[in-house]
Design a protein around this ligand. Structure first.
Ligand code: ADP
Length: 349
């Protein structure tokens, strides 16, 4: 606080302090020795309900409405020592790091609140992701270890058996490579920073290519695949390899989750402003509860089929379609089949 020309008077200084407090990322509450709230900054008001204007008699517990938070203040008043705690506020589900500090004269108490809800949420996501990756990698790694140990321990192994074990090792290594590729692709597309390679796409041709590539797999599964493509569809613009991977994923899933004797229909039509692609199957279907989660990474309805896929395909597909400003969704009836849809805007670029 200066007092010569251009000086800041006490009120000016006080107003500046209040402005500064309101620009902080932490919540600040000033409490009197009899636990009345004397001041809350903007963040504190956002975390708890705003203090009513002119309400001079609100106690700390009335504002925070949390027993644990209040007991930190009581302890600080009792001991004159700084108190800290991690507090989950039930009312708004926020996770707060709370520090209560007495002022120099122990006449006021300052509560400093850090809202770590989002940080904790990101931390949970990271932990789940690591747990899921470890789980998915464990099975092929265990298989490779067992197979190679068999090769090592059997001294004079006959050649056909040796070939068989080596082929199995190769297959498991392929699974690991596929998973690593999927994880890299997911990281790229979900960050929104993936470099999309925009080209003109003939979606009718792409549909035909995908069906041709998966024909053998469908035949082996005893599933009939039909294609219906509206004639004269306009070309669209997009990342051809990535859109093709979405189609591949949807049709592969349809084949995978449809029993022998079932059928699949791939339809491509023009909506008002979009190309609409749908992949219907007469397979096992998905319950309403699972349908809400299948686009999440690693989500698999039947965990025991973990060898079948990584559970990343639909998450990758979702982010690819979103990057093209399209929509992707699914409808299903358990035991009767599913239809996956996606749109791609016609006037993109
Ligand atoms: P993956 O197929 O590798 O497990 P996806 O992300 O492609 O992973 O699919 C996630 C889950 O959604 C699958 O494990 C399966 O439970 C379910 N699902 C996907 N497509 C279908 C379908 N056409 N019919 C039934 N369930 C499906």
């Amino acid at each position: 606080m200066r007092d010569n020309a251009g000086s800041m008077d006490y009120e000016g200084f006080y107003a500046s302090i209040l402005t500064m407090l309101d620009t902080l990322d932490d919540g600040i509450i000033l409490i009197s020795a009899n636990r009345l709230v004397e001041y809350m900054n903007r963040v504190a008001e956002e975390i708890f309900s705003p203090m009513r204007k002119g309400d001079k008699d609100a106690t700390f517990i009335e504002i925070v409405r949390d027993y644990e938070c209040d007991s930190l203040l009581r302890k600080c008043i009792e001991t004159g020592q700084q108190q800290a705690g991690l507090i989950k506020i039930r009312l708004n589900n926020k996770l707060l790091q709370v520090n209560v500090v007495p002022d120099a004269r122990k006449q006021h108490y300052i509560v400093v609140i850090k809202d770590i809800t989002q940080r904790q949420h990101l931390e949970d996501i990271r932990r789940d992701m690591i747990a899921n990756i470890s789980h998915e990698f464990r099975t092929p790694i265990t298989s490779i270890k067992l197979l190679s140990e068999t090769l090592i321990s059997q001294g004079n192994i006959d050649q056909p058996l040796e070939q068989d074990l080596l082929k199995k090792i190769c297959l498991e290594a392929d699974k690991l490579a596929q998973m690593t590729n999927d994880l890299t692709e997911l990281a790229a597309v979900q960050s929104g920073r993936a470099q999309l390679n925009w080209v003109e796409i003939d979606i009718s041709r792409m549909a035909a290519v995908v069906i041709e590539r998966l024909a053998a797999q469908a035949r082996m599964g005893g599933v009939k695949v039909n294609v219906e493509v509206e004639t004269g569809l306009p070309k669209i613009t997009g990342d051809s390899a990535r859109i093709e991977s979405v189609l591949m994923n949807l049709v592969t899933n349809a084949i995978k989750f449809t029993a022998s004797g079932g059928s699949i229909l791939l339809r491509v039509t023009k909506d008002v402003n979009d190309i609409l692609v749908s992949v219907s199957d007469t397979g096992i279907g998905i319950s309403a509860e699972d349908l809400l989660r299948i686009f999440e990474r690693f989500y698999k309805v039947d965990k025991s089929r973990s060898g079948v896929g990584s559970g990343l395909g639909l998450a990758i597909s979702k982010h690819i379609i979103l990057a093209h400003e399209g929509r992707i969704w699914a409808k299903s009836e358990e035991g009767r089949g599913s239809t996956f849809y996606f749109t791609l805007p016609l006037d993109k670029r």
